[in-house]
Write a protein that binds this ligand. Structure first.
Ligand code: CA
Length: 231
């Protein structure tokens, strides 16, 4: 669809959180055959880690998990600022009113048992919506980043960024208000978590020079021991 040279090195994945091995392997296979990259978690703990590490494009979330409830995970991720679309998958009897009302921050839900075609159709709808507008842009004060056009403006004027600068800024913007560690940055932007993290400081300072000139309010904050946060 897009110019392939503009694509990112790490493909976006769907995170499937499901503890029933039969359902999980069936769904993983169907999604993989449809061309999606899938990461799978069978516990809340693993899901939390993968959510932070992989920045999935979509999460398919079962509710009854061995170490907790998927809803609590969802509420926690939303309170951390995650806007990743979430499709809740659960036995109808396990759905509280909170879930069916989608008040917990879910974007859609599918009662079990479900047909795989129905699941794939819901996934397509959520991803299309996400790509069309959900991921669209982030505007704070006079700063705006448009994820589809990879365009950054400051008080209406285009800010020219190198590819690396853009990818670093995009990662921070997609985690708006959530601190991103240097290790996460190295992994997502340089595809190399082992790399010397001085390079992160260098690129953060390049971005600050371009985005925080003059009287601009500070956008990228250093969070001691945690990394960087855009807010
Ligand atoms: Ca379950």
């Amino acid at each position: 669809m897009n110019n392939s040279s503009a694509q990112h090195a790490t493909p976006k994945a769907i995170l499937l959180v499901e503890d029933e091995p039969g359902v999980a392997s069936f769904v993983v296979r169907a999604l993989t055959e449809s061309g999606y990259e899938v990461v799978h978690a069978s516990t809340v703990r693993t899901a939390e880690r993968l959510w932070a590490e992989r920045q999935p494009e979509l999460v398919i979330l079962d509710l009854m998990l061995p170490d907790g409830n998927g809803i609590d995970l969802l509420v926690a991720e939303r309170s951390r600022g995650s806007q990743t679309p979430v499709l809740v998958l659960s036995a109808k009897s396990a759905m509280s009113d909170r879930v069916s009302g989608l008040d917990s921050g879910a974007d859609d839900y599918l009662p079990k048992p479900f047909g795989i075609e129905e699941l794939l159709a819901r996934v397509r709808v959520l991803l299309r919506r996400e790509r069309a507008n959900g991921a669209g842009s982030l505007a704070i004060g006079g700063f705006c980043i448009d994820f589809d056009d990879r365009r950054v403006t400051l008080r209406g004027r285009t800010v020219f960024l190198s590819d690396t600068e853009y990818r670093l800024l995009e990662l921070l913007a997609k985690n708006y208000r959530r601190p991103v560690s240097k290790a996460e940055i190295l992994e997502h932007v340089w595809d190399d978590p082992q790399r010397d993290d001085n390079v992160v400081e260098v690129y953060v300072s390049y971005l600050r020079n371009k985005l925080e000139r003059g009287k601009s309010p500070r956008l990228i904050h250093t969070v001691r021991g945690k990394g960087y946060v855009l807010e």
